[in-house]
Design a binder for this molecule. Sequence first.
Ligand code: NAP
Length: 248
Amino acid sequence: MPTLNGRKALITGASRGIGRAIAEAFAREGAALALIATALEKTNETAQRCKEIGAPKVMQFALDVRSSAECDRVIKEATAGLDGIDIVVNNAGVTKDNLLMRLTDQDYDAVLDTNLRGAFNITRAACRPLMKSKAGRLINIASVVGMTGNAGQANYAASKGGLIAFTKSVAKELSGRGVTANVIAPGFIETDMTAGLDPKVKEGVLKEILLGRLGKPEDIAAAAAYLASDAAGYITAQVLVVDGGLTA
Ligand code: NAP
């Protein structure tokens, strides 16, 4: 039996990488989808794949999650179009790495605005439909560096650490309405975000991963599908680390 039959899910950053894999996993489990990226055509391929998999409905939206007014508009349209929203995945994220002394105001703000403010914008706008749902689920994609920190990523680590604290707060606020809120903290996953990294850095990371391989977007998607399902109905305010043992 598909585990998300009849559920409606909204996913940010659904054009590629982890967001696309989550969309496909949810489609496989029978969910209707609202897919978000910065331009409409960027979600075309994900939407096509999800339809082929058998998603009952797929909507696409162009949205910069940094704009709260735009988030309000898109959440309204998605709620109307899908007849409710049961699952929200805040996955959109960016990196702008640099050592602290060289980190510019612009690069600090850009990462915080997208990764943390963006999740806030979407979550606040989606509160009402989530509370109306019989099984509301908030799933925020953070990172292990939100717990461990990382040299050269002070802005990114701060955004992901903030996202973890934000999610736990939402879990406490919305628990009375049956909404769960959890974080997935991926380790090193092979996507566009990590494609440009120095091969030597990758090799170094690989040595630290107990399971001996870099992560795939599907590894994160499987965790998201679980947290979205009824099987995870008694799990809230948690951080699920999916890193192959990198931080063990
Ligand atoms: P990716 O391949 O670079 O994809 C990033 C996604 O975020 C794209 O869909 C992009 O949309 C979207 N996005 C970026 N800025 C946006 C904005 N302002 N408004 C709306 N959408 C925006 O990244 P990924 O590796 O799949 O990462 C997905 C999430 O996992 C991120 O939050 C990332 O921090 C987290 N994560 C990744 C790793 C890893 O190793 N890859 C590890 C830990 C955590 P466009 O296509 O329109 O630009």
